[in-house]
Design a protein around this ligand. Sequence first.
Ligand SMILES: [Zn+2]
Length: 301
Amino acid sequence: MVVASPPPRINLCQRLTTTGRFPRPNFGAATSPPGVDVHYLDRGTITADRAYMIDSSTMATVADPDPEHALVECPVYNLLIDHPKGTVLWDTGSHPDAGDGYWPTPLFEAFHHEDADEHTLPAALADAGTAISDIDAVVASHLHLDHAGGLRHFAGTDTPIYVHERELGYAYRSAATDTGSIAYHSPDFDRALNWRVVAVDRGRRQLYPGLDLLHLPGHTPGLLGLYLEPEDGAAPAIVAGDEAYQRENYEDGVPMATSLLSSLADWRESRRRVRDLARRTTADVFCGHDTRDAARLAARF
Ligand SMILES: [Zn+2]
């Protein structure tokens, strides 16, 4: 990475007093252990048909031959995780020119991201008191264009970009052929990036102590979720990401539309594993594009 000295570690209590956003109140300044501090980064909102998120939610019947379609607002977020071992950026959001011709037109019409240019990655990081050059590692949950549009900021640096091996292969194949998914845009990821390939199959890999990556195939073959164990005894958090766009996907087992799945069988199995892990650890689970979960995340972090 192009940083001469390690980024300054931000003390939990300093962050508490400067931002006032940390919801857990019982740390005394003198006794607070060094810990993990997480910031929610607001990267704007995608507006799309609810039927993408909740499969078959607007099916016609004889009695109701023309059901009403609904547009859903889907938050796009990244997480900045200040860990004693390093500062991690979870996902990089959309390219600011998404609506200016950078995203293929059919995709932008279906997944309208009008405000991407108002929620850029550098601005979101600045709001959290940090900068691109302070990031020690990036985790790419997957390489769809609402998650990989900020990777360009790390091109030519030695900042490690963690990505699942099945994701990297699928992204390149999708971009180069008519197979796979149209939601990969090669200018996002076909760059001089310092990829660190995560090869665990449907398992768990520790990134730092208390910070694990979970392989959750289904939405894409290489989707990574996050398991975060705070040091203060609070419940762990599982960021399921796009394994579940909306709460209903996770809670009720209703999948996203087929066009948002690489494998329904994998999706179901990944959901079962997240639910098992959440039950065993009493973790809070956060979905990838759910307004309610984004609000809970922003409140918690
Ligand atoms: Zn997404």
